[in-house]
Design a protein around this ligand. Structure first.
Ligand code: EPU
Length: 336
């Protein structure tokens, strides 16, 4: 096994935070991972590094999951069942599905990160969540090295949430994700406002998977920073769900507040809107700040530390609470 010492994790996290890994190993097979777990269980996992904020050097062994490969399990006239190994890049997988005409993940184009971490936060965008396509998740139990399968139901998916962020957090290493995608009669999801507008601007009335994927890419590129150019982790906070009574009060003061109905008694309010109202949008503090086109995204212009970005997040949370009485919840994993 090829252990490395004292390497920078800057290129392993999309925030581009420069922290040191005392010891590091890249793993490209399940067998290798099982062998490693026999000698070391107190590990720090990193995959696409797209949903974490590193605030300090990592003393534990950093294990980079780089297991690649896609296999077709079975198919019929309408559906195809695929198993994708954890280290595959998410967006490359989406583009491959679109080129093969496999439907279900096209709305999730251009989301950073790897396939193995997509179930953890149940990635979602433009009216689709990855839970809609996942049939099962396979993971290694760190304690025993045993392979365990989680059915879609067992994953307990919710909005940016799953069992992997709760009950079994830190206990398993996801090694592959299985998907059920469509080959025919795709269930296209093009009704999200921005997608409709984008398709209409191109006079597309009967969109294909590729049209939707391209529309999503255009929309994302127009408001979300490319992590290869400006470090970021996508939405830093979750969109808060508040009581309808609180929402009605808010609406009195801000008649244009955007909202999504969650239930008869609960309303989701975009955190990006709240942060913009509080005056943070586009604010730059030296090496870090709040993205100019989407206030929900905190950015590293180059040499920020994770601690600085975390302090900014806390300042934003406090300001939103003081102004609106709403508690924002951080969506990104803070490694402290
Ligand atoms: N808005 C503002 N100011 C801002 C940002 C947004 O007023 O700076 C308003 C917009 O005008 C719009 C509303 O807030 O009325 C919603 O904005 P948007 O459509 O950009 O979506 P979002 O709620 O901010 C969520 C996801 C994104 C996902 C988009 C599209 C969360 C935490 N974020 O953002 O996911 O791409 O919807 O579906 O749910 C991610 O998780 O990393 C991510 C990027």
């Amino acid at each position: 096994m090829n252990f490395k010492e004292n390497i920078s994790l800057k290129s392993y996290n999309t925030f581009g935070i420069d922290v040191n890994a005392k010891r590091f190993i890249s793993i490209d097979s399940v067998y290798q991972l099982q062998q490693l777990l026999k000698i070391e269980k107190d590990i720090f996992l990193i995959s696409g590094g797209s949903n974490m904020l590193l605030t300090k050097d990592i003393e534990k062994l950093v294990v980079h999951i780089d297991i690649k490969g896609i296999s077709i399990d079975r198919e019929n006239h309408n559906d195809i069942y695929l198993t994708v190994n954890a280290g595959e890049n998410w967006h490359d997988f989406v583009l491959w599905c679109v080129s093969e005409n496999y439907g279900g993940v096209e709305n999730l184009s251009l989301i950073p990160g790897n396939v193995g971490t997509c179930p953890i936060q149940n990635i979602g965008a433009y009216g689709v969540e990855v839970k809609d396509t996942i049939s099962k998740v396979e993971a290694l139990e760190i304690e025993t090295g045993k392979l365990v399968q989680f059915s879609n139901k067992e994953c307990n998916f919710g909005y940016r949430n799953s069992i992997f962020k709760n009950e079994v957090k830190g206990k398993y290493i996801i090694i592959s994700v299985s998907f059920k995608l469509t080959k025919n009669n795709h269930n296209l999801n093009s009704s999200y406002g921005a997608i409709e507008t984008e398709l209409a601007s191109k006079n597309i009335t009967k969109p294909t998977l590729k049209d939707i994927s391209e529309a999503v890419i255009t929309i994302r590129e127009s408001k979300l920073p490319d992590p290869k150019k400006i470090g970021n982790s996508g939405s830093f906070f979750k969109n808060p769900v508040i009581a309808k009574s609180q929402f009605l009060e808010l609406q009195k003061e801000y008649p244009n507040v955007p909202s999504y109905i969650v239930s008869d008694t609960e309303i989701k309010v975009p955190a990006g809107w709240l942060i913009e109202q509080a005056g943070f949008k586009g604010k730059r503090y030296g090496e870090f700040g709040v993205h100019e086109k989407q206030a929900l995204v905190l950015v590293n212009y180059g040499n920020a530390s994770g601690a600085e970005i975390y302090q900014l997040a806390e300042k934003i949370k406090e300001s939103i609470f003081n102004k609106f009485g709403i508690s924002l919840e951080i969506e990104v994993n803070i490694i402290a």
